[in-house]
Design a protein around this ligand. Structure first.
Ligand code: NAD
Length: 327
């Protein structure tokens, strides 16, 4: 066993951490989300960090003078200042593949729940004495035949496209660079300009990362262009949508509904959304299946093991750091 100190910032499934623990001096934070002062203190002497549920921005990175590798527990890395890490020669890895299916399932679940009013009916059956059974009392809308507009057609976007096609949806998509026509054909997906997709889609599902470019990609202007009976689904990152503008549109009845797994200021949710029956809310559970969490833990631990064993980890975000250290 090496005496390198590795910090795991969240109580992740132990079966995924065995090998890491056998090889290094591992500290696992056991009490849920790590408060910032504890994180800053714990980073002082560690050489590797498995970063789950924490931000590692410049301040945190500066607090870790020994740090050599950050293994991000997820496919989004907007919680890491990659530029600051790179300038310190710290390698940053992530695990984009393992979360695809579980997140695509949540996007489909939110679509079904919103259009077919599943969670609203469930909630009212349990709590509303005046809830009415009967034909035409709780009508939803079909997914079958509707246009699903996917914004960001990467791993999760494509996994959603496949599932939605099985529900009989017509798939359009927007990304910055059009897909190869063969992949378009396989997915049965039509490329549209962003504004065209927003104007025609019955359901819009967002699957971009959060970057400077995608921050508030769906704002007041875009929401105003959506069909009034359209539904917006977001399992990417909250800030891709201007949440305040979304609340205004929903409150004014200018949008039929929304299904949200992510929020601008998590874990805070705008109180207006909590009151709306046409909005389905989940607490960032895209990757939250037992199978996925164990795999995520194994893969992000493996990235640290690979790095310290001199092997190139899978999915390095800043490979230029590795290239420099090879010279
Ligand atoms: P990916 O990198 O495979 O795909 C991202 C897609 O977005 C690509 O097609 C890319 O071209 C496109 N894109 C990037 N910038 C764009 C822009 N400015 N305009 C249009 N398209 C743009 O990523 P992925 O694995 O599909 O994951 C997408 C995001 O989902 C992650 O970055 C993460 O933030 C989020 N996510 C959330 C959960 C959850 O628990 N809700 C789980 C996993 C991932």
């Amino acid at each position: 066993m090496s005496n390198k100190k590795v910090l795991v910032t969240y109580p992740l499934p132990d079966e995924g951490l065995q090998e890491l623990k056998e090889r290094f001096d591992v500290t696992v934070y056991k009490d849920g989300y790590m408060p910032k002062p504890v994180l800053l203190q714990s980073l002082k002497d560690c050489e590797g960090v498995l970063a789950a549920g924490v931000n590692l921005f410049e301040e945190e990175i500066n607090a870790a003078p020994q740090l050599k590798v950050i293994s991000v527990y997820g496919s989004g890395y907007d919680n890491i200042d990659v530029k600051a890490a790179t300038s310190r020669g710290i390698v940053v890895t992530y695990i984009p593949d393992v979360v695809t299916d579980s997140t695509a399932e949540i996007a489909m679940g939110l679509m079904l729940c919103t259009l077919r009013r599943i969670s609203e009916c469930d909630r009212r059956l349990r709590s509303d004495d005046n809830f009415k059974w009967g034909m035409m009392k709780n009508m939803g809308r079909l997914l079958n035949g509707k246009e699903l507009g996917i914004i960001g057609m990467g791993r999760i976007g494509r996994a959603v496209a496949k599932r939605a096609a099985a529900f009989g949806m017509r798939i359009s998509y927007y990304k910055r660079k059009r897909l190869d026509p063969v992949i378009e054909m396989e997915l049965g997906a039509t490329f549209k300009r962003l504004d065209d997709l927003i104007r025609t889609a019955d359901v819009i599902s967002i699957h971009t990362p959060l970057t400077k470019e995608t921050w508030h990609l769906i704002g007041q202007r875009e929401l105003s262009m959506m069909k009034p009976d359209a539904v917006l689904i977001n399992t990417s990152r909250g800030a891709v949508i201007d949440e305040k503008a979304l609340v205004r549109h929903l409150a004014a009845g200018k949008l039929a509904g929304a299904g949200l797994d992510v929020y601008e200021d998590e874990p805070a949710i705008p109180p207006e959304l909590l009151q709306m029956n046409n909005v389905v809310l989940t607490p960032h559970i895209g990757a939250d299946t037992i199978e996925t969490r164990i795999l995520m833990t194994k893969e992000s631990a493996q990235n640290i093991i690979d790095f310290f064993s001199g092997r190139q980890p899978f999915h390095v975000i800043n490979p230029e750091v590795l290239q420099l250290s090879e010279k």
